[in-house]
Design a protein around this ligand. Sequence first.
Ligand code: 7TS
Length: 407
Amino acid sequence: MDVSAIKEQFPILNQEVNGHPLVYLDSSATSQKPVSVIEAVNNYYREDNSNVHRGVHTLGTRATDKYEGAREKVRGFIHAESTAEIIFSRGTTTAINTVASSYARANLTAGDEIVITPMEHHSNIIPWQQAAKATGATLKYIPLQADGTITLEDVRATVTDNTKIVAVTHVSNVLGTVNPIKEIAKIAHENGAVILVDGAQGAPHIKVDVTDLDCDFYTFSGHKMCGPTGIGVLYGKREHLENMEPVEFGGEMIDFVNLYDSTWKELPWKFEGGTPIIAGAIGLGAAIDFLLEVGQDNILEHEQKLADYAMEQLRTIDGMTIYGPEKRAGLVTFNLDDVHPHDTATVLDSFGIAVRAGHHCAQPLMKWLEVSATARASFYLYNTNEDIDSLVDGLLKTKEYFGNGFK
Ligand code: 7TS
C-alpha cells in the first residue's frame, strides 16, 4: 500500500497548523475525506441535484439511481443479502436509537434483559437505558477483564433465557478492544436473544460480513470511513425489519394515507421518512469504492502496524500509562503522569498534532479506568510512522513544558 500516494488524495492533510505540518491523529472521531468523495458530493449538487423516488424527470431519475446505487454499494460492502436490509440513517447514533425505539419497545417487557458492556459509547448505552425504563426490562453488563477485554465465559454467564437483546461494540473507541462478534452472536441466539453490533469503529477498519457474523443489526457512520457527515447505516435482518414499526412518520415512507390511518412503504423505505440524505448516501458510496480500491486487508494490516509501532514508541516515554489490551485496533488511549489530557492535547495542537482528549463519550468506561479523561491518538490509512514519531516528540515536549513550567 502506497501511503504517500493515498495521502495525496486527502487535500486537507496537506496544510500547516500552528506553523507545523498537520499530523491528524483523530480519525476515530471523524476521518478525513479523499478527493473522490468530495467530488462525488460536489458533482451530485452540480449536475444531478433533485429529489428522489418521486419525479419522472431526468434529474430525478439520475438522483434516484445514484441514491439507490449507493445502497447497493453498502449492501455489497457488508455482504447483506438484500438492499431491503440497508436503511440509511443519520449515523450510528440514529441507527441504534431506531432499534431501541422500535424493536426494543415492541418486544421487551418487565423481567426481560438487555445485555451490554461497560466499554460502550454513550450511543450504545443511553438508548438501552431508555428502552429499559420504558418497558421495565433490566440492563445488565458483561464485566471487563483487567486489560479491557471480555471473555466468552462472562458472555455466557451474563446472557440468559431472559435476555432479549445483546448490544455490543465491534471495536472500542477508547481501548481499541476488538470483540468476538460471531461468537457473541452465537451465544445470544442460543438464548433466544438478538444481537445489535455498534460498528462505528468496526466497518471503517475491518471487513464486515453481516451474514457470516450472523448479527441481527449492524450500525455504522459514513463520516468515520472517509464518507460525509450526516449519513450512516442501519443493517437489519429482513425478518426483524419487516415486523418493526417505523419511528419517523411523514413523506416518502408511506404507501397510502387516509384521514385517520396510514400504511407504510415496503423495506427499506418505510424507515426513511422525509427527503432522504441523498448527497450523503452518494458520498458514502464513493467512500466505499475508495476503501475497496485500496483494499480492506491492506488498510487493516497498515493500521495494525501503526498500532504496534505506536505502542512500542509511546512505552519509551516515562510516566506514560496506556489503556486497553495488547492486541488492539488502530488507536492508543493514554495519559501522561501529572498532565491533564486536555493540556496534553493543547500542547500537541501547538505543534500541529491533532489528538482527542476527554471522556470520549464513554463515561462508564472512564469510571472503570478510574480516570476522568484520557488522550487518544487514532490512525487511519493515511497515517505513517513519521506521524507517530511526531506524536512522541510532541509528548516529550509536553512533559518538558509541564515539568519545567509548572512543577
Ligand atoms: N459508537 C462508537 C463506538 C463510536 O466511536 C461513536 C463515535 C459512536 C458510536 C457514535 O457515532 P456517531 O457518528 O453517531 O456520532 N465516536 C466518537 C469518538 O470516539 N470521538 O468522537 C466520536
